[in-house]
Design a protein around this ligand. Structure first.
Ligand code: XIL
Length: 372
């Protein structure tokens, strides 16, 4: 007869008294808990996944802010300081058209903490300076302004910024192109669907051939008219060798997003973009609440964990970035009246259940099947 398998637990039970066993368990538990828990960054690194946060240089002088950012995250992005209005506040005729101070401070922080940097964003319909919106420029002039802006900003950060959101929010919900100054007016194929995006990607690629170039949008997480339009563009660009490396999914969510149907649709959508050979980033994750009851925070944690797991099970998903990391500095209360509590740290820099849920999801194997 085959000898029973070696079972240390059974042997332990047979050979030790209950009291001795109890003390052994307590000792083992003590050992386990004396091991420091990994940070999000450490847990994510085991999966070759980046963990990012949107940041502002003004907050780096807050000790808690800097400590958490520098230890928990492997990537940072400027929440506002690389947007057109902030980085290029004066016309090119001015002796100092650019202001790189905020962006440079963030890049320097990232360098000191061995973090990557995402650039956000070269083309957007918001955050434009008056000299652009009220300049009454003719299309060829706007083309030059855009070309010079992309070339100068991307060159300034060449080899420092790992990926750029070249175009942000270019599509309407119904999949048509959003009317913006950049779509409507520059002389680079205005009104020709995605032609201006193609041109912008080519300019950015010329300025830094190493940078990964992204299109970023909101409300395109699941399969819908907007994500269909982005998919059609991406497929066309990949076929024709236009330098598009990835797609950013913002994921500014509410608890409403926590449904089997929506999460499954997100999974299917990521999968079709992955099949085009694109890198996928979750770029602006936050989950806003109407209050901070324990039940709301737990529901929020569940969804943070699910989104983290969903990215982990998709090999092309290489970044999970939250839009800020502390409720103290979140954009939500200022934008969505009565809402807030959207991030994994509270306003006193205490970890919330959302943090534990993310960490827990990151400690699962990358290949485990998603539950949706
Ligand atoms: C937001 C910032 O968080 C705010 O501080 C700012 O006032 C407006 O912009 N989608 C984006 C981000 O791509 O750039 C936006 O950031 C949030 C929505």
């Amino acid at each position: 007869m085959r000898k029973p398998d070696f079972d240390p637990f059974r042997i332990l039970f047979q050979r030790t008294s209950t009291a001795a066993l109890a003390s052994l368990i307590i000792l083992a538990a003590g050992r386990a808990s004396s091991q420091p828990a990994p940070t999000l960054r450490q847990a994510a690194e085991t999966h070759n996944l980046l963990i990012g946060a949107a940041t502002a240089s003004a907050y780096l002088s807050e000790a808690d802010y800097a400590t958490i950012l520098g230890s928990e995250f492997s990537l940072l992005q400027a929440e506002n300081e690389m947007k057109f209005g902030a980085i290029h506040p004066r016309p090119d005729t001015d002796p100092r058209p650019y202001d790189f101070r905020g962006g440079d401070a963030l890049v320097e922080f990232a360098r000191r903490h061995d973090m990557k940097v995402r650039g956000h964003t070269l083309i957007w319909h918001r955050h434009l300076p008056k000299w652009v919106t009220e300049g009454r420029f003719a299309p060829p002039q706007l083309e030059k302004i855009l070309h010079d802006h992309i070339t100068n900003v991307v060159s300034h950060y060449a080899s420092k910024v790992y990926a750029w959101d070249v175009v942000n929010e270019a599509f309407n919900t119904d999949g048509t192109m959003r009317h913006t100054i950049w779509y409507d007016q520059p002389g680079i194929g205005a009104g020709w669907d995605t032609r201006y995006i193609e041109q912008a990607l080519r300019w950015a690629h010329q300025a830094d051939p190493e940078a990964k170039l992204f299109c970023n949008d909101f409300g395109a997480e699941g399969i819908n008219q907007k994500s269909d339009a982005i998919y059609a563009m991406a497929k066309d660009f990949r076929k024709r060798g236009v330098p598009l490396d990835g797609i950013g999914f913002q994921v500014h969510a509410t608890l409403w997003f926590d449904s089997q149907a929506q999460l499954a649709s997100f999974v299917t959508n990521l999968d079709r973009f992955a099949k085009l050979g694109l890198e996928l980033h979750i770029t602006e994750l936050d989950i806003r609440l109407d209050g901070d009851s324990a039940a709301s925070l737990d529901a929020q944690a569940k969804l943070y964990g699910e989104i983290t797991a969903l990215c982990l099970q998709q090999p092309a998903c290489r970044l999970i970035q939250t839009w800020g990391f502390t409720d103290k500095h979140s954009w939500i209360p200022g934008t969505f009246k009565g809402q807030g509590w959207a991030l994994p740290w509270d306003a006193e820099y205490r970890k919330k259940p959302a943090y534990d849920a993310m960490l827990n999801a990151l400690q699962q194997p990358r290949t485990s099947p998603h539950p949706f």
